[in-house]
Design a protein around this ligand. Sequence first.
Ligand code: SF4
Length: 287
Amino acid sequence: MEENLIKATVEAIQLAVTNLPKDVVNAIKEAYEREESKIAKFNLENILKSIEISKSEKIPICQDTGTITFFVEAGIKNPYLSEIREILVEATKQATQKIPLRPNAVDILTNKNSGDNTGRFTPILHWELVDGDKIRIAVLPKGGGSENCSALAMLNPGEGFEGVKKFVIERVKECGGKPCPPIVLGIGIGGSADLALKLAKKSLLRPLGIRHENEKIAQLEKEILEEINSLGIGPMGMGGRTTALDVKIEYAHRHPASQPVGLIVQCWAHRKAFIEIDKEGSTKIWQ
Ligand code: SF4
């Protein structure tokens, strides 16, 4: 196996879990400026301090280092394609030891923790074959508390965008402070039940503050964000103007009889990093 690619992947996982990307930090700072209540400001200040400590001491941002999820855009002409799965699994094991990550992979039959964040279908891999000779991998470690608030609705197509809003807002209200707000919402509309949830999670990779290229979708993102921030749940569920930092939507064509809506709830610790592997095996890592 290519040791340099394993090493680069471990580095990307480490960067993701110890250093919150700029778009997320800036969104939290903006929320701090906007907040008026003392408790909301206090919570955001503590979150910002904690982010700084993790960065300078290279320690995980949260004790729950999440389930490691990779989105792989695999260029079909890249010579390392056949090894990528093994590389990502091995990197996850090594990252668990080195950083360290909390072991978060439990066998549902025995309830035993594998101890290294790997197991059946774990780490989670989403594949997309693309033209070209580059492999781009997004690392998205996802905490269990926020994931527990994720949900799927199979709406009647007649319910349209209003139905989407209603489902998302009701679910956010129901979860309150559980997913460690301020949250980021990923929403997938259309496709099938499985695709809606996959698109919802993938949409979280788009930088905060960047709207969808389709005007109607961008408008829906804005409207849902405003409505959620008017709920008053606030940072850590203790009241305030910022319940969500952003809302991201991705969509697909749907079956005439159904309108699936996948909702992935992400916490303020919105961790992500990216790696690119070229045909020579050189790597580039960024956030
Ligand atoms: S929801 Fe996020 S911030 Fe809260 S405990 Fe889980 S990973 Fe940590």
